[in-house]
Design a protein around this ligand. Structure first.
Ligand code: ADP
Length: 307
């Protein structure tokens, strides 16, 4: 079964599986650092990996599975496993393609439901909260906004986030009622209603956070990210820096439990600092690891391939 397959390391599957998989990567990322590193590590393990842009796949829903997938209009041998690297960019079309492999019992790592669990930040928090894992107090913005209700239930300053988004671009800090009203009015002017979450501002973490790489529910790397300007966001893509960070029991526990709750085989878990402890900020299903490899000198691609 898929579950059993996943429990085995890629390199132990040699005996009963052809070692041939598809890595689903949109073509504009074919030359990315992560794509190159993963291919390199697959090759070291003697695993044949083929890059496939999921948007060039056609699927046919019929009884004869063998001919149900075309790549660039051509029939092709089916892979023994599929490795989607589309993360929050997983459109409905790509998800349908991934589910098609799942229906054919081809192991998919991460699975479509796991990718879905982290595509929507509110949904991620709902699952984490249900598992009793520590997250900042979070609510979904209802229109028209009731500022006093926000003040009473979350307080100021407040963090405002787009439901999906990355690189810290859709994350804002509103100091007071007035600036929250301005931001929401501006958003409303652009579009009648945006999907926005409001979140408790964790002030201890200002300009710093942790990125924890989890593979198969085990921590394989951890770094602290720090803004180099006076911004509250620590994203490296915004110009932050990374430092290796020692994993303690609480980091190990929180990160692996989040990854388990979300059913992820590979996860990038972001933690915020609070009161000497941590809160979960967000979880990625397709984590980049260029910064992590550079700053920690760990072979993250190798860990992923050894899953
Ligand atoms: P993105 O997915 O765009 O990176 P995040 O939700 O990870 O968005 O937020 C970006 C950064 O903003 C985080 O890395 C962290 O530094 C900061 N941040 C996010 N949420 C909070 C919060 N509730 N309190 C304080 N800082 C936060």
């Amino acid at each position: 079964s898929i579950q059993r397959y996943k429990q085995l390391k890629w390199n132990q599957r040699r005996d009963f599986m052809n070692r041939f998989g598809w890595m689903l990567v949109k073509d504009r990322f074919w030359e990315s650092y992560e794509t190159n590193r993963l291919i390199e590590e697959f090759q070291k393990q003697d695993i044949e990996i083929q890059l496939v842009d999921p948007n060039t796949i056609d699927i046919f829903v019929n009884k004869d599975n063998k001919k149900s997938i075309l790549v660039n209009g051509e029939e092709s041998d089916l892979p023994k496993f599929v490795f989607p690297r589309t993360g929050s960019g997983t459109s409905y079309y790509i998800k349908a393609v991934i589910r098609h492999f799942e229906r054919m019992d081809i192991p998919v790592i991460n699975s479509s439901d796991a990718i879905d669990n982290v595509k929507d930040k509110l949904y991620t928090h709902q699952i984490l909260a249900q598992s009793n894992l520590d997250i900042p107090k979070t609510m979904l913005l209802r229109y028209p906004i009731d500022i006093d209700f926000v003040e009473k239930n979350i307080g100021f300053p407040v963090i405002v986030k787009k439901i999906s988004g990355s690189y810290g671009r859709g994350v804002f800090l509103c100091e007071d009622k007035k600036s929250l009203r301005q931001l929401v009015t501006m958003a409303e002017l652009t579009k009648k209603s945006y999907d926005i979450i409001l979140q408790e501002f964790i002030k201890d973490t200002w300009g710093k956070d942790l990125r924890v790489m989890v593979v198969n529910n085990k921590v394989v790397g951890c770094m602290m990210r720090q803004a180099t300007d006076d911004d509250f966001r620590a994203n490296i893509t915004r110009g932050g820096e990374g430092f290796p960070y020692e994993v303690n029991e609480q980091i190990e526990w929180l990160s692996s439990e989040s990854s388990k709750a979300l059913n992820l085989d590979i996860a990038g878990v972001d933690l915020l600092f609070q009161n000497g402890g941590y809160k979960i900020c967000e979880v990625n299903s397709n984590p980049g690891f260029e910064g992590m490899e550079n700053y920690t000198k760990k072979n993250i691609a190798g860990e992923i391939v050894h899953l």
